[in-house]
Design a protein around this ligand. Structure first.
Ligand SMILES: O=C(O)CCC(=O)C(=O)O
Length: 269
């Protein structure tokens, strides 16, 4: 039997995610597949002289993004659309029957000493940006190279996915979630694990997370795919990804658009 590119999560991993709002998944993506992704990523980075997704916003200072890479590169598409990815997202979220892909992204955190150096990823929640009526969403963050803690593997405010919507970060100076909400420091900071290529962490859209600057001399390269419950309704709140869609989404209806593809599943509805 052919080896699966993406493995299934275990019951104890699902339990860990439900309790803590994040989970470490060693060897989620098999080594041949992840080598292929790394090759494609390197080619794209050399073609753009490394300046992938470098803008002037607060997020751009923290990491470069090659957005929607799964819609462009077949190798990335195969992983983002792998049935085990979809099934894992359904099982981890626990409350949804199908998921859609919200965004796929090649993320680059450049070393602090380099020309394009990236700063820390301030602690934030993903959900407050989104024009969605519910927060059943998670991100699978896969290392494409060895990512040590000092390169900026993700940190998580443990169990913060149960604390509700805490507001936006990355919109003004000093809006790191731990500065906005000092009481969060009662919670432990988890994660910061060393990852091998193909290892992943997953975080819930309400989990407060961040990463230090990359203090090594090696570029941090990862692939992030974000999935959300297929029944989620569009609220119409302004958001760059949805504002310009043609045809537009309908307020109060699901995200029925090729821009938010449904992921096939083996799980019975
Ligand atoms: O890679 C990073 O430093 C941050 C990524 C992130 O915030 C996310 O994937 O939600």
């Amino acid at each position: 039997m052919e080896k699966a590119a993406v493995r299934s999560v275990t019951t104890s991993e699902v339990e860990h995610f439900s309790e803590h709002g994040w989970v470490h998944l060693p060897s989620l993506v098999d080594s041949d597949t992840v080598e292929g992704l790394h090759r494609v990523a390197d080619d794209r980075l050399s073609a753009t002289k490394s300046e992938v997704g470098r803008g002037v916003g607060y997020v751009d200072r923290a990491f470069g993004q090659d957005r929607d890479i799964a819609a462009i590169e077949p190798d990335f598409r195969a992983v983002a659309h792998d049935k085990n990815m979809g099934d894992n997202a359904i099982r981890l979220l626990g409350s949804v029957h199908r998921v859609r892909l919200q965004i796929s992204n090649l993320l680059v955190k450049e070393p602090v000493g380099s020309m394009l150096h990236s700063e820390e990823t301030v602690f934030h929640q993903d959900f407050p940006w989104l024009p969605m009526d519910r927060s059943s969403m998670l991100t699978v963050w896969v290392a494409l190279v060895p990512v040590t803690a000092d390169m900026g593997s993700l940190r998580f405010v443990d169990r913060s996915h149960r604390l509700g919507v805490l507001g936006r970060s990355f919109v003004r100076d000093g809006d790191d979630m731990l500065s906005q909400h000092p009481w969060l420091q009662q919670h432990s900071i988890a994660g910061g694990v060393d990852l091998q290529p193909g290892d992943a962490t997953v975080h819930h859209a309400l989990t407060v997370h961040g990463a230090p600057a990359n203090s090594t001399e090696r570029r941090r390269l990862s692939f992030a795919a974000t999935y959300f419950g297929a029944d989620t309704l569009y609220t119409g709140a302004p958001y760059s990804q949805t504002d310009q869609l043609d045809p537009p989404l309908t307020v109060g209806s699901p995200f029925e658009s090729p821009r938010f593809p449904l992921i096939d599943t083996r799980i019975e509805e």
